[in-house]
Every structure is written in structure tokens, then in C-alpha cells.
Design a protein around this ligand. Sequence first.
Ligand SMILES: Nc1ncnc2c1ncn2[C@@H]1O[C@H](COP(=O)(O)OP(=O)(O)OP(=O)(O)O)[C@@H](O)[C@H]1O
Ligand SMILES: [Mg+2]
Length: 247
Amino acid sequence: MKTNERQDIIHVDDLSFTYGNEMVLDDLTLTVNKGETLVILGGSGAGKSTLLRLIIALIRPTRGRVTVFDNDIAFLSERQLRPLRGRMGFVFQGGALFDSITVAENVGYALRIADPKISKMEFEKKVIETLEYIEMRDFYSVFPADLSGGQRKRIAIARATITHPEIILYDEPTSGLDPIVSKRINQLINRLRIEQKITSIVVTHILQDAFEVATRMVMLKDGRMVFEGQSDDLLLSKDPYIQQFVR
Ligand SMILES: Nc1ncnc2c1ncn2[C@@H]1O[C@H](COP(=O)(O)OP(=O)(O)OP(=O)(O)O)[C@@H](O)[C@H]1O
Ligand SMILES: [Mg+2]
């Protein structure tokens, strides 16, 4: 590794966000380093999804700064954001597949956006390669309605990874799945970190899943950070809210 290579690829500095009068994020500061899987834990309404939306600049800070790949993204136009977003993949809360097109078209969606004239051969090759990685090659021509919840989530992850992003943001990737299927998703998240060196933020409120994928954890409560550190330290915390959460 080159010594001058930046290790911190996302910076959130004194970030606040309000919806009307509601303070959703309150003066949050955190860094995401290259190669790590940072888990954001927190109860419903803590501001986790809002934080992800700010990091991809779907919404803009009320105060403070979000820096991604050294770019202060709050002030970039949609056109300036495009190349940065191309280096990131998103797995949205709920999976959000397009139900009227096949698994292959869902997975290859970003390829067509990047190059509307992509050849049939090139498209098929990349989609098949990506489906093989998640062990779903046979689902190429299937429609999303015929997939199980866990399969939908894996397809959503495949769709996010086909362009080989450097960062993936996952919003509740295991919500609504049973523990065995969740484990499979967690294994996939870990494989992407280990084999493809992808940096990830995983938002979840499920402690078991957090422990399975985290290389570091942050806990939010009412838009504030109440914990930052290693998984084991979370269990040792004396904070009453955290104790309630992990008990
Ligand atoms: N579009 C919106 N307009 C107004 N308020 C919103 C909007 N989106 C979210 N909020 C509010 O912001 C707060 C944080 O929401 P957010 O979705 O970030 O929470 P979360 O931690 O992701 O929760 P969950 O675990 O339920 O997904 C909530 O109180 C929510 O009601
Ligand atoms: Mg959410």
C-alpha cells in the first residue's frame, strides 16, 4: 500500500439535519476508513437512513459537512455527483427491485445507465458473472415476484456490486428475513469486504447481524452518537440505553 493513499474515504463533520422542527441528526462526526464495515446501530427513528441519504447526497445537510472521496458533496450539482455515485453502491431498505423486469435486467441496470449501447454479449457476461458470485446464476430470466425475501436481498446486493463500487451502503439488508437467511446475507457482505476489498456501511437494528459483519460499530440514539468502537466494547458499555439495546 502506498503511504500517501487516503484511508478515510467518508467524513461526516458536525453534521445536523432537521425535518421541519425535528432534529433528526444532531452534530454528528464520524469517519469511514477504507476496507472496513462500519455498522450503524440504533432504534427506529434514530436517523440511520437519513445519515445514508446524506452520504449519497439525496438530501443536503442543514449544518455541517459530508466529504466522500475528498469531495465536499453538499455543494455538488447532480451532474458533479454522478461520477462519485458511480463509485458507490446502494442496497436500499426494502430491497426495491423493479418488479416488471427480469432479475438480469435488475442486476444489469447500472450497466445500461453507464453505457446505453452496451452489447448483448458484454451485458450477459457481466450479469452472469455477478449472479454466479451470489450463487444465483439460474435466476437470470426469473421475475422478482417469484423470488423469496432472501433471494431478493441478494439480487439487490448483486445489482449494487455489478459496477465494482468502492463503497456499498446497506440499509437494513436483513430486515424481515429469518436468522438462517440473514446469516447468508451477512456472509455475502463479509465476502465482499474480504475478497473485493469493498468498504461498507451497514445500517441495522439487529444486534446479531451487527456482530456478524462489523469491523467497527456506531450507535445512534435520537440523532446523536452514543457509542463508537469495537463490537466487544459495546457489550461492556455502562450506558443504560446501550445496555437495554444489547440485553
Ligand atoms: N421525509 C421525511 N419527512 C419528515 N420526517 C422524516 C422524513 N424521513 C424521516 N423522517 C423522520 O426522521 C427521523 C429519522 O428517520 P430515519 O428514517 O432516518 O430513521 P431510521 O433510524 O432509519 O429508522 P428505521 O429503523 O425505522 O428505519 C424519524 O423521526 C422520521 O419520522
Ligand atoms: Mg431506516
